[in-house]
Structure formats: C-alpha cells, structure tokens
Design a protein around this ligand. Structure first.
Ligand SMILES: NC(=O)c1ccc[n+]([C@@H]2O[C@H](COP(=O)([O-])OP(=O)(O)OC[C@H]3O[C@@H](n4cnc5c(N)ncnc54)[C@H](OP(=O)(O)O)[C@@H]3O)[C@@H](O)[C@H]2O)c1
Length: 291
C-alpha cells in the first residue's frame, strides 16, 4: 500500500489504494446523520481521506448544507450518485431506511465495489440482497466513534481478500479500535461494544454521586470519575496487564481500595455487570431472529 502526502490537507494521508487511475478511492456515505457524520469527521481529521475523495448524500437540504460547510465535501440528494461515484460505499441510514434506498429509490452498486454497512441487524445475507456480488463488510460500531475512540467489531463476505480487510480496518481505525469476528459473534459485539457505553455512563454517574455524597462539587465529581475510567482503560490497553493484576497493584494491604473492592464484591458488581452485558447480547440475538 503506497503512502502519499497531500499538501492541501492536514494531517497527511496515511494510505492510498492504487487504482488504475492512480487516484485514491472515493468514499461515499449513504446517510449523514450521527454515525455518518462521526465517521466522516474521523476519516478527515485522521487524514484517511481528503475532502475531495469523500462524498455523502442525505435527503434533507439542511443536512447536506451542514456537511458541506463543516467538512467541505460534496453532497448529493440521493444514494444513486453516491453508489455511482464512490469506490467504497458506507451505508449509514437507519435500518428501516435501507429498503427505501435500495428498493424504492433503486440505488444500484456495481459488482465488486466495497460496501461497509453500519446498520444494526443488517446481516451479510441481507446486504447481499441489496448490493449483490459486492465486497461486503458488516460493522457494529459504538457511539464513541463520535470522539474517535469507538470500539467496533466487523465480519465480511467470503469474497473479501486480506488486502480488502487491511484497507477497511485502516480506515475504521481512524475512529476507534476494530476487531474481526465471525458473523455469529456480532450479537456479542452489540452487547459488549455497542451497548456498553451506556453501562459505563451509569458507572461514572454513580461514582460522581458518591463524590457528591463525600462533599465534592458535581462537576468535579463527574470529571474525576470519567477521567479515572479513561485512565484505567488506558492502563489496561497500554500495559497489556490483566485487569485483575492492575487491581491488585492498587490494593495496598489493609488500605482504602481493598475496602472498596470488598464492598463492591459484596454488592455483586461483577455479577451485575456480567448480567447486564448478557441481557444486551440476548436481546440482540432475539431481535436478529425476528428479522
Ligand atoms: N447512533 C449510534 O450510536 C449507532 C450505533 C451503532 C450502529 N448504528 C447504526 O448506524 C446507522 C445510522 O444511525 P444514525 O444514528 O447515524 O442515524 P441518523 O442520525 O438518523 O442518520 C440517518 C441519516 O440517513 C439519512 N437518510 C435517510 N433516508 C435516506 C435516504 N433515502 N437516502 C440517503 N440518506 C438517507 C438521513 O438524512 P436526513 O439528515 O436528511 O434526514 C440521515 O442523515 C443505523 O443503521 C444504526 O443502526 C448507530
């Protein structure tokens, strides 16, 4: 994969696919709402793609205007133009809008193009019906992609090569961490990555309540709790140590932390968290079976 630098846009490109024309691939978004916007912002700020190589569509003029103003990318009213012009097509509409795009509006994607769907519950078989014979990626991101710190799992169709995977992983890693899983694990990804920011917010909020109870101002308490979670997450990811080892490292004999740990164990924190994630995984499985 050839690395190039483009002067007109900072930061620099990190990769460019070799197309026959020698140009970088055009990435096109069908839908420019919360997810589309988050990914576009991440791709641009990390230099994965330049504004000239990014296009998007949305039916409402206000969305198109804000995308053009904020990102300097060309927008279109319908998905047909995006499907025609882009080499990599990102589907970022709501699940019920997918049929509207590909059946009612008859948007067609040429065989062999790469399609990345963010649509919850849209399986690879389902994608095959809408975009047949394409290189299909089914991605489940969480909403932390909005701050480029998402956690995502993906699976892909059998015709996807290792090079295709590398290209899409590089692109998605601009907005967070990416792991490939078999499609049967996508419900687990939904529970563990898709839903878990809500669980983390609940823990931060509860910690902040405890801080307020102990006399801290609410704002400081929320920020200290959030920063502690962020720091702890970084310790796990950057040291590679097991969370239990890190926990042991901060529990001095007879100290304050082990007292808190004992109480949380007594109150069933571990079981409650396992049950919460499991409930989200089970709900995702139940919803997938209904489709
Ligand atoms: N939000 C999350 O945290 C999250 C997490 C994981 C997965 N997802 C998945 O991401 C997808 C997008 O979610 P979202 O939260 O970004 O939704 P959203 O904010 O409602 O955005 C949907 C976008 O699709 C556009 N759209 C609607 N109909 C269209 C059509 N016929 N042709 C082209 N564009 C059309 C809308 O245009 P207008 O702006 O003009 O209305 C809007 O820009 C969903 O499938 C969801 O399952 C979301």
């Amino acid at each position: 994969m050839e690395k190039v630098e483009i002067d007109a846009f900072q930061p620099k490109f990190i990769y460019i696919e070799s197309l026959p024309s020698g140009m970088s691939p055009k990435v096109g978004f069908i839908g420019a709402g919360k997810m589309g916007r988050a990914l576009m912002g991440g791709f641009l700020s990390k230099g994965v793609v330049s504004p000239d190589d990014l296009i998007a569509c949305a039916p409402s003029e206000s969305t198109r205007e804000s995308i053009e103003n904020d990102f300097g990318v060309r927008t279109y009213r319908t998905a047909s133009e995006v499907c025609r012009l882009a080499d990599i097509i990102v589907i970022a509409v709501k699940p019920y809008q997918v049929r509207q795009v590909f059946v009612e509006e008859k948007a067609k994607v040429d065989k062999g193009k790469t399609v990345v769907s963010l649509v919850a519950g849209l399986t690879l078989d389902g994608m095959e019906q809408y975009v047949p014979a394409c290189k299909n990626f089914r991605v489940m991101p969480n909403h932390c992609v909005m701050v480029s710190d998402g956690a995502m799992g993906y699976c892909c169709s059998a015709n996807v090569t290792q090079d295709d995977k590398k290209k899409i992983e590089e692109m998605l890693s601009a907005v967070g961490m990416v792991v490939e899983v078999p499609e049967s694990s996508m419900d687990a990804i939904t529970g563990l990555a898709g839903s878990s920011p809500a669980f983390m917010y609940m823990i931060i909020d509860a910690m902040a309540d405890a801080g307020v109870l102990a006399g801290l101002p609410r704002k400081d308490a929320i920020e200290l709790a959030a920063q502690s979670m962020l720091g702890a997450a970084k310790m796990v990811l950057e040291t590679g140590k097991h969370p239990d080892v890190l926990k042991d490292e901060v529990c001095s004999p007879g100290g304050t932390t082990i007292e808190g740990v004992r109480t949380l164990e007594d109150m069933g924190l571990r079981s409650a968290v396992i049950a919460g994630v499991d409930a989200a995984v089970c709900k995702s499985r139940e919803m997938s079976q209904k489709k």
